[in-house]
Design a binder for this molecule. Structure first.
Ligand SMILES: [Zn+2]
Length: 257
């Protein structure tokens, strides 16, 4: 049995001032392999940089931070840590999916919660296995002895109450709606599973599986600048809607932060 990672501080987020974009994987961790044509870490960085550019151009008041802007190896905990240290209001982790079934295609956006299917658990297991690139992950108290292979471990931390569920769901729905509308990638919907990178954040957070690098059609699209730009634009529109939503919800709240 593993121990839960250190408890998060629950903060009330009343707006959108600071946003962290997390390009999944990087450096020694390539993420999933797109038929040796492209690796996940390259697609995630491409989408992350394009998303950041659109956000900076369109929302000048918004502070945009990246977990990485180059092909750099990061420890998994450094990603949420950057967001927590900067009191970010939103955390978006960008990824690509993979499946033994080459026909599997489309995007999925996850927020923290208990998986409702084995398929969702498999996605979380694959993403959480990124910590195995860290030599000391078993001893690192930040992971509390978490075993990325264990279904039980995933269930335990997924069941802990998530203070940001409603806001995360709102953003996740927007991402699926907008990317489906604007890009060639079809939506597989909003889902929940236990992702370490989301668990450790103290703000609304989502993980976007932009498409399957094991599917020839998704892969061809995600390799291109145009494809990555469309995905980024879809995510941007969801962030824009989310900002308006937060401002409406908090219209009567002032001076709380
Ligand atoms: Zn990934």
């Amino acid at each position: 049995m593993w121990g839960l990672p250190a408890a998060k501080t629950v903060r009330v987020s009343t707006g959108l001032r600071t946003l962290v974009i997390d390009a999944g994987h990087g450096g020694l961790d390539p993420g999933c392999n797109g038929n040796n044509e492209i690796f996940e870490k390259d697609v995630t960085l491409g989408v992350a940089l394009k998303l950041g550019k659109i956000l900076k151009d369109s929302m000048p008041g918004l502070k945009v931070l990246y977990t990485r802007t180059t092909d750099k190896t990061l420890k998994l905990w450094e990603r949420p840590n950057l967001a927590n240290d900067n009191r970010a209001d939103l955390f978006i982790s960008i990824h690509c999916n993979a499946n033994n079934n080459r026909a599997a295609a489309g995007s999925e956006t996850y927020f923290m919660g208990l998986h409702k299917s084995e398929g969702n658990l498999d996605v979380a297991k694959r993403e959480n296995a990124a910590i195995t690139y860290e030599a000391d992950y078993r001893e690192n108290s930040r992971y509390g002895g978490f075993d990325p292979e264990s279904a039980e471990g995933h269930i335990i931390f997924s069941l802990v109450q998530n203070a940001y569920m409603k806001q995360s769901l709102k953003l996740a729905s927007g991402i699926e709606t907008h990317t489906n509308k604007i890009s060639a990638i079809k939506s597989r919907g909003v889902k929940q599973a236990g992702f370490l990178v989301l668990w450790q954040t103290s703000m609304p957070s989502v993980l976007v599986e932009t498409g399957f690098l094991t599917n020839p059609t998704d892969r061809s699209y995600l390799r291109t600048t145009e494809g990555q730009q469309k995905i980024a634009l879809g995510v941007f529109r969801a962030v824009r809607d989310y900002k308006r939503y937060m401002e409406t919800v908090n219209a009567g709240v002032s001076g709380s932060r």
